[in-house]
Design a binder for this molecule. Structure first.
Ligand code: AMP
Ligand code: ZN
Length: 461
């Protein structure tokens, strides 16, 4: 498999440390609100990598964090904690807020056929590991204490900025006016913040009561579960310039070596060509799409049609087109399921090769879908359906659950399609008496079935 590594800015052969096991960390949600379709695109991307790795025969040890603490607004080290703000607005505790939105998040991803990574790590369950990490950085001289917390000293880490390719000087030029005059460098970031009494979530530490900075959780939890060095780290593209840069600084300062071999980032989803934001009212959730009549898998299918490194513009026209296209695909697959034609071994092998070349070329899922669309144009055959089911291990579109379409291009009723499917099955089992009986039933409904070389054809009488 080839993957585009953000760190080297190149497509590289993916070679995990162990032969058949991939260790992988994915930045998870901050559970202070519902996940919107942009967030969910990033988790669909994570799921696709995991599915391709599995398809290729790897086992995965994947960790995803749940940020249920300390994640401040924007990239700032100052300001109100997002969870605390939601808690205040909804008159709940931050713990209640986190529990509620985590629950919705897991339901959303299940509806999108995104499998949960093997290990789900909540930040609040790992405060001691974070404190140990910060303490170790202090001992190694990479961190310093000031009146409001412990900060990472980026001057001690000369390769700071290597993931985004942004020098510290460039960063500084773009930075806002610094309020914290005690910091040694404006880009130094908080590892641990000392809490004032109004801060609800706070823990004991060697530096008094406080709470973690918002990058340390990923470093502490990846180290705990995956070890100092692991294969793959994923996240949304917005995490590159600050969050992942800081994670690298923390990890490498402690380990004294490179700790993540491949970094992969999913591009953003736009809405109507622009940014998604609460104030524009365009941060749709899965529940809101469902209210408008869209299945979560219509949204998954919509995402599958764009490469993960391309921006994807969400519109309702686009989603409707995806819905129609998915329905047609399912209807065709249903016919294949009951088809009587067959595919030669050479053809099967050739479709498989095209599909595998696509998915292994930096996750070219749109191309893999094009292979599937060619495949379903074959004469109706259960071989096509079997191959589609194999490809669905990557697509995750529930081809195993397809049922008779309600109407076939608005013409053939489901009942007739069902009877026809039963008849094909009866013929396969050489139960010709039943097959004839079913043919009569179909005729009584005003349709005739014919067996042709292209499979079963149903015509209105
Ligand atoms: P958050 O819960 O805010 O930490 O975000 C969760 C994930 O969603 C992060 O990995 C972000 O990179 C990602 N994300 C946020 N907005 C978008 C968007 N518009 N398109 C794609 N991914 C996004
Ligand atoms: Zn992270």
């Amino acid at each position: 498999m080839k993957v585009y590594n953000t760190l080297t800015r190149k497509k590289e052969d993916f070679r995990p440390l162990a032969e058949k096991l991939v260790t992988m960390y994915s930045c998870g949600p901050t559970v202070y609100s519902y996940a919107h379709i942009g967030n969910l695109r990033t988790y669909i991307f994570m799921d696709l990598i995991r599915r391709v790795l599995r398809y290729d025969g790897y086992k995965i040890k994947g960790v995803m964090n749940i940020t249920d603490v300390g994640h401040l607004l924007a990239d700032a080290d100052d300001g109100e904690d997002k969870l605390q703000k939601a808690a205040r607005e909804q008159k709940k505790t931050p713990w209640e807020i986190a529990a509620f939105y985590s629950d919705v998040f897991f339901k959303d991803i299940a509806a999108l056929n995104i499998a949960k990574p093997e290990i789900i790590a909540k930040a609040t369950d790992h405060i001691p590991e974070m404190i140990d990490f910060v303490q170790a950085l202090l001992e190694k001289g990479y961190a310093y204490e000031i009146s409001d917390g412990i900060y990472f000293d980026i001057a001690k880490f000369p390769s700071y900025g290597k993931l985004s390719g942004q020098s510290v000087a460039e960063k500084e030029a773009g930075a806002r006016i610094e309020e914290n005059t005690e910091k040694r460098h404006p880009a130094d970031f908080a590892l641990w913040k000392k809490a004032d009494k109004n801060h609800i979530m706070q823990w004991e530490s060697p530096w008094g009561m406080g709470y973690p900075g918002w990058h340390i959780e990923c470093s502490a939890m990846s180290k705990k579960y995956l070890g100092e060095v692991f294969d793959l780290h994923t996240g949304g593209i917005d995490a590159v310039p600050v969050h992942h840069e800081n994670e690298i600084a923390q990890n490498e300062a402690l380990a004294g070596k490179q700790t993540v071999n491949y970094w992969m980032h999913g591009e953003f989803m736009l809405v109507d060509g622009g940014k998604m934001s609460k104030s524009l009212g365009n941060t749709y959730t899965i529940a809101q799409l469902a209210e408008k009549g869209y299945d979560p898998l219509d949204f998954r299918f919509f995402c599958l049609n764009a490469h993960y490194r391309k921006k994807l513009n969400f519109t309702f026209e686009g989603l409707s087109a995806a819905k129609t296209s998915r329905e047609r695909l399912n209807a065709a697959l249903f016919k294949h399921k009951n088809g009587s034609s067959s595919l030669t071994a050479e053809k099967i092998a050739s479709y498989e090769k095209e599909f595998e070349d696509a998915i292994n070329d930096d996750l070219n899922i749109p191309l893999a879908l094009a292979v599937l669309f060619n495949l379903v144009k074959e004469p109706y055959s259960a071989d096509v359906y079997a191959l589609a089911l194999k490809f669905d291990k990557v697509f995750g579109l529930s081809f195993d659950k397809i049922t008779a379409p309600k109407t076939d291009n608005g013409e053939i009723p489901a009942e007739v399609l069902d009877l026809s499917a039963q008849r094909t099955q009866a013929k396969k089992e050489k139960n010709f008496a039943l097959a004839d009986e079913l043919r009569d039933k179909i005729a009584a409904l005003g349709y005739s079935v014919k067996d042709t070389r292209e499979g079963v054809v149903i015509v209105k009488l």
